[in-house]
Design a protein around this ligand. Structure first.
Ligand code: MRU
Length: 351
């Protein structure tokens, strides 16, 4: 029997608020989940850079919205003290710092570039700087709403791939927490679950930061989707026992040939899925595609601090901690986007 869903409990990860002539970014601090549900606010664009770097806000589409919000906060709070002649250069420097907060997810640069372009178009139209803040906030709010619409479309397209009574394995968190709302990979799960097709979800713990253990299982439980947590090294056993019908993950950057960067461990999971004859799906919006890169080899991979893997340093021990890996296109059965479902070999249609 299908579980009773509670989609009204699905968390909202972030939103840019404009009230009483002031803009602020409101965000759920994911560093504290699932123990503490802290909704924090900031008016400082530099603080937004910090919350992106420290994973208080994480997930490719969510950091895109946060980056766009950082630009809006700068325009609202700091642009007025910049000399008119220096405005464009100052904006460029801020945009660079925000875009470089995390290098792998292309959504961050995509959203920052779009917002900067919008600011420059206002400037060109002679819009007064003092009134620009509220306009740019509205623009970011529209990007946020559009992200949710896109995720719901991904959910609809992806649900068609899900069989009845499906047991789905996922890695990292590509859910509501990782987007403005609803999620990409988990968006597919939610839509399929609302059609009564999801029997169970297995969530990889996702070493070393534990996005699966801390975020995905909590988010799915909030929504009422039956979920079991497994350590990353247990996925092979689940597959060998015939407990997984398909794997669905999100993405941080997809190259023109379909090679896909996602959370470290995704590549290994795709190899396992291939070995067991299980379809491996990637769900991502078009803003995650980088057609300027021919293959995944060109995707920059973020290297993170050793302490994430080894909290107590040991003299003489080095730590390898890439935050993402690249899954070759040949291991991916299909990529689910807001425009439909595509085999990696069909991505040319999206360019
Ligand atoms: O380091 P994170 O937690 O930001 O990594 C997130 C992922 O790898 C997600 O799978 C990806 O960003 C897609 S989110 C819809």
């Amino acid at each position: 029997m299908a579980a009773e869903l509670h989609m009204e409990n699905l968390p909202r990860s972030l939103e840019l608020i404009y009230r009483d002539d002031h803009a602020c970014l409101r965000y759920l601090d994911q560093r504290l989940l699932p123990g503490e549900l802290l909704v924090a606010e900031t008016e400082q664009w530099r603080e937004v850079v910090d919350i992106i770097k420290t994973l208080a806000v994480r997930g490719a589409p969510a950091i895109g919205i946060a980056g766009a919000a950082a630009i809006a906060l700068w325009v609202e709070n700091e642009a007025v003290i910049v000399n008119d002649d220096d405005f464009e250069e100052a904006l460029g420097l801020v945009a660079k710092e925000v875009s470089e907060a995390r290098p792998t997810a292309v959504n961050l640069k995509w959203a920052v570039d779009k917002t900067v372009e919008y600011v420059l178009s206002l400037l060109e139209d002679g819009y007064p700087l003092e009134q620009m803040g509220s306009k740019v906030c509205l623009y970011v709010q529209e990007l946020t709403a559009e992200d949710e619409r896109i995720n719901r479309a991904i959910g609809e397209h992806g649900a068609d791939l899900i069989p009845e009574d499906a047991r789905i394995l996922t890695h990292c968190n590509a859910g509501s927490l990782a987007t403005s709302f609803y999620g990409t990979a988990l968006g597919v799960v939610y839509t399929a679950a609302s059609q009564g097709k999801v029997q169970h979800v297995y969530a990889d713990e996702t070493r070393p930061v534990g996005q699966g253990a801390r975020l995905t299982v909590w988010e799915l439980a909030q929504a009422g989707v039956p979920v079991t947590l497994n350590c990353d090294n247990m996925a092979a056993t689940l597959m060998a026992q015939g407990k997984v019908d398909c794997v669905i993950v999100g993405a941080d950057r997809i190259a023109a040939n379909g090679d896909t960067a996602n959370k470290i461990g995704t590549y290994g999971l795709a190899v396992l899925a291939k070995h067991h004859g299980i379809p491996f799906y990637v769900a991502a919006p078009l803003s995650t595609f980088d057609f300027s890169l021919a293959t995944g080899e060109c995707i920059p991979i973020e290297q993170r601090a050793a302490e994430e893997v080894l909290p107590q340093p040991i003299a003489g021990v080095e730590v390898f901690n890439p935050a993402f890996d690249v899954t070759p296109a040949e291991l991916i059965a299909a990529i689910i986007t807001e425009k439909g479902v595509f085999k990696p070999s069909e991505l040319g249609k999206l360019q």
